[in-house]
Ligand binder design. Structure first.
Ligand SMILES: [Zn+2]
Length: 231
């Protein structure tokens, strides 16, 4: 996609609209928008290409890439994008979830709270940092606790919109745990709100998804009590 010519020819109004979509954090679908050939390149090929483009961004900003301190930056950024912060774009990194028999006969809700969320805003490519609280009521099968963290992490490690991330995590939990009784809350700070635009450093954004039994007021209240009591 060629963006160079486009940007120079934008009217002020059109440019404002681009800003508005970003600042409003409007997402277009539940699926992360991906190209059909998204995984045609190997990780190595992606890194080489990203490094080249990032070097060009730095060069355009006027930075001297022959400086010892800056020389390795394009490759470091490329490696960080592909292997770390955006690794959740590649389905090969999706955590495998194994279910176990619920041998203890535990039939109450299980809550895993304060799971770290390190994501990136897809409109500005700056971090979204916060926590997720998830809960489920088992359908006779249970899951290893760390898998809940891993599912959150997989969907966080993408360019994201918080609402979509919340829904993607909830849907995956429902499928993996074979139950509709799932709740997800995400409470996160968006660096694009703190560092630029309105520059608000104190606000955070809360999103929630309640399905099955969690749509019942009493069950929802019990979940919220576990999360917010004692804080
Ligand atoms: Zn943003």
């Amino acid at each position: 996609m060629k963006q160079n010519g486009i940007l120079l020819n934008l009217t002020e109004k059109e440019f404002d609209l681009i800003e508005e979509v970003g600042d409003g954090h409007i997402s277009t679908s539940l699926e992360t928008p991906m190209k059909p050939d998204a995984h045609a390149l190997s990780d190595k090929e992606k890194m080489a290409k990203i490094a080249e483009h990032f070097a060009s961004i730095m060069d355009t900003l006027g930075l001297d890439l022959s400086d010892d301190s800056l020389q390795g930056t394009p490759m470091r950024v490329a490696k960080m994008y592909v292997e770390e912060v955006f690794s959740g774009l590649n389905p090969k990194n999706k955590p495998e979830v194994k279910l176990f028999e619920n041998k203890y006969g535990y039939n109450e809700m299980l809550v895993e709270k304060d799971i770290k969320v390190h994501s990136f805003c897809e409109h500005h490519f700056v971090p979204i940092i916060g926590v997720a609280h998830v809960a489920y009521i088992n359908s006779g099968k249970v899951v290893g606790l760390s898998k809940l963290n891993r599912i959150v992490d997989y969907f966080a490690k993408r360019p994201q919109v918080q609402e979509r991330m919340t829904m993607q995590i909830a849907n995956e939990l429902k499928e993996a745990l074979d139950t509709e009784d799932v709740a997800v809350i995400i409470d996160a700070k968006h660096m694009c709100v703190s560092l630029r635009g309105v520059e608000d450093t104190s606000s955070s954004t809360v999103t929630a998804s309640y399905s099955g039994a969690f749509q019942n007021e009493e069950t929802k209240r019990e979940f919220l009590q576990y999360i917010y009591s004692g804080k």
